[in-house]
Design a protein around this ligand. Sequence first.
Ligand SMILES: Nc1ncnc2c1ncn2[C@@H]1O[C@H](COP(=O)(O)OP(=O)(O)O)[C@@H](O)[C@H]1O
Ligand SMILES: [Mg+2]
Length: 302
Amino acid sequence: MFRLKTTILAVAAWTLLASAALCLSPDADPMNSAVLRELNVWERYGTLIFTGVMVLVLQTVLIVGLVISGYARVCANRALQASREEARQLSGRLLSAQEDERRRVAREMHDDLSQRLATSAVEAGMLEQRMADRPAEQKALGLLRQQLVDLSDDIHHLSRQLHPAILEDLGLAEALRTECESFARRERMAVDFRCRDLPDALPKDLGLCCYRIAQESLRNIVKHSQAAWAEVLLQADDEFLYLDIRDSGSGFEPEKAHARPGIGLASMQERARLVGGQLTIQSQVGAGTTIALRIPLVAAQE
Ligand SMILES: Nc1ncnc2c1ncn2[C@@H]1O[C@H](COP(=O)(O)OP(=O)(O)O)[C@@H](O)[C@H]1O
Ligand SMILES: [Mg+2]
């Protein structure tokens, strides 16, 4: 009990002295006297200094960590952007290599295959006429001639799909008009083509971009939409060239279409991007689809 009291008294005395910034000097004889002295700086503020230094160290470590992770993020972003740019350039080169190859195959089909088939059809026709006294052979030759004519037409059509020479000869508006007309005939669908305020001359790559996007949109309409009609509108103002392809069909959810394996929509987007344009797909299940392309004319002329 006595010890406890002594301890409590000692602690109270120490606290009192500490609050007055004093302490017992070790030089004095503890049995006879108590000499007080002032606390030195370390004794007074040691805990505070220690805590401050620790906070400073922690802050420094934190800041260095943040700087390092920020730098790593910047490096990773730069690498990501570089690889995106590389992928874009590659897809641009792929599309233009594909166009070159299509042009070559189309020319060969048109100049060689289609011509040879047309010649064979003419020869079959001449033979057919000579068989006037043999009706069975004449009929067979007539059928053969017709098949050759159809084949030649199909190849001609395919070659035009592969590379539309008309685009270079007569320009975008006429090429699209012809494409819409032959599409409407072939697929027995009402296709309304309208064109207004087009500038006299359009850059070649713009024309090809619009033509390919219209072609793929029409192909998608017949393949996926069950639409009764479609509409193609080509127009321009001072700044932009606009191409809208609208159908009255089943529509779809564009966000989900990206998950499918087809590359039609993706290559349409890519073609638009390559000429600095923007392609928007507006579609809703049951409410038809509109593909809207907008290309800046000023950028294309620079
Ligand atoms: N006009 C449209 N009407 C309805 N669905 C469409 C239309 N255009 C595209 N789609 C949908 O978008 C998907 C992706 O089209 P696309 O990328 O051209 O690939 P693919 O035609 O080879 O399937 C199609 O499978 C179809 O479900
Ligand atoms: Mg498609």
